[in-house]
Design a protein around this ligand. Sequence first.
Ligand code: CDM
Ligand code: ATP
Length: 321
Amino acid sequence: MVLAVVPPPVTVRVPAKVNLHLAVGDVRPDGYHDLVTIFQALSLVDEVTVAVADEPGVEVHGEGADQVPTGASNLAWRAVRLLAAHVGKDPDDPKVRVVIRKAIPVAGGMAGGSADAAATLVGLSSLWRLEISRDELAELAGKLGADVPFALYGATALGTGRGERIVPVLGRHQFHWVLAFDRRGLSTPDVFDELDRLRAEGDPPRVGPVEAVLEGLSSGDPRQLALLLGNDLQAAAVSLRPNLRRTLRAGVDAGALAGIVSGSGPTTAFLCEDGDTAVRVAAELAGAGVCRTVRVAHGPVPGARVITTEEPKPTPPEVHA
Ligand SMILES: C[C@](O)(CO)[C@H](O)COP(=O)(O)OP(=O)(O)OC[C@H]1O[C@@H](n2ccc(N)nc2=O)[C@H](O)[C@@H]1O
Ligand SMILES: Nc1ncnc2c1ncn2[C@@H]1O[C@H](COP(=O)(O)OP(=O)(O)OP(=O)(O)O)[C@@H](O)[C@H]1O
């Protein structure tokens, strides 16, 4: 008689990101743009549970779940297949079920799908008891999308290349944010294309040097940092979604130090003096009718990490002749 032990499900918490600085270079032959960016991971998190299952697949619940594909194009499922193939398992039959509980807005410029993919890599490493370093996972993560490696590391980091080459930025200061979700998502490639179009027509101003932002971060002074926030994709996101101009103005009118479009948008992120101010700004912004939902968050927070592993449940004994 053999007692088969099914490993318990593993739940991973993973943060959204905001780009404090996003400098976009020219389009490359592979269609990507070279970036210099500073990511910050925020306390707005998705939770992803991976479990051994005879019926494999993805389930999505929560914020924007109806807009997320549950088939092969789900980024978390692509992560399952990629890691399975990497460790010699059958990617067509990985015997895994992934349950995603979303709080990060879908197609919001906060790397929600990327976060789920990173969480899946971390969850499966634990479920399958893999001896795999975070750097090796980051290598795989970069194949899934430019934003995926950062979601593994979290905190604050400098991203270069397509955004996938990550160097941590040390700092012990917390910053307080208000996030305004727009009514609909924006496609990331469309926003990059719009920037190329705007640049072909004229020369929209570009963000300043990244070094100044790094100094602003290390000062810990939100007033100093607020003056240095910048995003080359903002003009493109606003061009595609002119209502964002009004949202950005409303956040600053409500008392935020500064507002920016988060990544490719359309979420807008407002840096506030402290946590109490953030709560007041959020309440006023919610009443202004310029966005769908408002959230308060702080950062930096850690990257994808396991939060639960329940005790193993023995399955009924299998009797072998
Ligand atoms: C806007 C950012 O969120 C900033 O952090 C990222 O650059 C986007 O990262 P992501 O969504 O993980 O991007 P991917 O899924 O790798 O790419 C989606 C599409 O965005 C465009 N893209 C993305 C990253 C990059 N450095 N240059 C690009 O031009 C390309 O059209 C690409 O086909
Ligand atoms: N797990 C997932 N969660 C959310 N979207 C997903 C997921 N898997 C695939 N997608 C698809 O990817 C698209 C982009 O979603 P996502 O939420 O990652 O956008 P985003 O936050 O703007 O990304 P980024 O900031 O990295 O550019 C969605 O429209 C959806 O169809």
